[in-house]
Design a protein. Structure first.
Length: 235
C-alpha cells in the first residue's frame, strides 16, 4: 500500500480557515499549517482519494488471469504507465525482466483497471517450473496513475467547510486539548449530564477525523465527494 504523507496543505489557507469559522487563537503559523495538513490527510483517508489530481506510482501483485486490479485510490483519472515484472528465469533469483503493459479503465470511480502484459519471459526449458507464475504471467505490476477530485472541487463550500472543521479540531488538540467537548483527544460523547440536565444523543460514527459530533459533521460535509458506486470484481 502506498503511504499517503501530507506535509503541507494544498487547499486550506489562513484566509479560508478564518472565513469558514476556524479559530486561530494563540496558534502560530507553523501550528496552523500543521493543523491544515492533518485535516487534508484525514480528508483524503475519509473519501478514499486525493483532494486534488495527484500522480503516484504503486507496485502490486499481478492479479490472477482474467481478474481486474483494484488500485488504492478511487476517482481514477488516467493511467500513465504499466510495467509488467517477470522473473528472469526458473531459479527464483532476485533479477527480473520488465516489460511494458497497458491498462483499461474498467471502473474509474472505484479505481479498477484491467491489465495487459505485452509479452512474457517464460522459456521452453522452464515449462515445468512454477517460478514464472501460472502460464508465464507476470509476478508484479508497477503502475503510474493519476487520481483525485477534480481541481474545481477545491472551491466547493462543502469541501472547504469540512476541511476547516477538521483543521479546527486538530488545532484545538495542539494548543488547547482540554477545550474539546469531550476533553483531551476529542472523544465522542453520546450522553452527558450537568446540574440536573441530561442529554442522550444519537450514536456517533467513527470517522477519519474521530468520533466526536464535530468530527461527524466534517465527515458529512465530505460525504458528497466519496464515490458510492457499487464495486464489482467478478468481470
Amino acid at each position: 500500500m502506498t503511504l499517503n504523507i501530507v506535509i503541507a496543505p494544498v487547499v486550506v489557507t489562513d484566509m479560508i480557515f478564518v472565513a469558514y469559522g476556524g479559530h486561530t487563537g494563540t496558534a502560530t503559523a507553523l501550528q496552523r499549517q500543521a493543523a491544515y495538513a492533518i485535516a487534508e490527510g484525514q480528508a483524503a483517508q475519509e473519501i478514499g482519494t486525493f483532494l486534488l489530481p495527484t500522480t503516484i506510482t504503486g507496485t502490486y501483485s499481478w492479479p490472477p488471469m482474467g481478474q481486474p486490479l483494484k488500485l488504492e485510490h478511487d476517482r481514477l483519472i488516467n493511467v500513465a504507465g504499466v510495467t509488467a515484472i517477470h522473473e528472469a528465469g526458473c531459479d527464483c533469483a532476485d533479477d527480473s525482466v520488465e516489460i511494458a503493459g497497458c491498462a483499461w479503465l474498467l471502473d474509474a470511480g472505484n479505481g479498477v483497471v484491467d491489465l495487459r502484459a505485452c509479452g512474457n519471459t517464460l522459456k521452453a526449458s522452464c515449462a515445468g517450473c512454477g517460478c514464472a507464475g501460472e502460464m508465464g504471467m507476470p509476478k508484479q505490476v508497477r503502475i503510474v496513475y493519476t487520481a483525485g477530485l477534480p481541481a474545481t472541487a477545491a472551491a466547493d463550500p462543502r469541501l472547504l467547510l469540512g476541511l476547516v472543521v477538521a483543521a479546527d479540531l486538530a488545532l484545538e488538540q495542539i494548543i488547547d486539548p482540554s477545550g474539546a467537548e469531550g476533553g483531551m483527544g476529542d472523544p465522542g460523547v453520546n450522553s452527558f449530564s450537568t446540574q440536573g440536565y441530561s442529554e442522550t444523543r444519537r450514536p456517533l460514527a467513527m470517522t477519519a477525523f474521530g468520533a466526536s459530533a464535530r468530527a461527524n459533521y466534517a465527515a458529512r460535509m465530505l460525504s458528497h465527494f466519496k464515490f458510492k458506486g457499487a464495486l464489482k470484481l467478478g468481470w
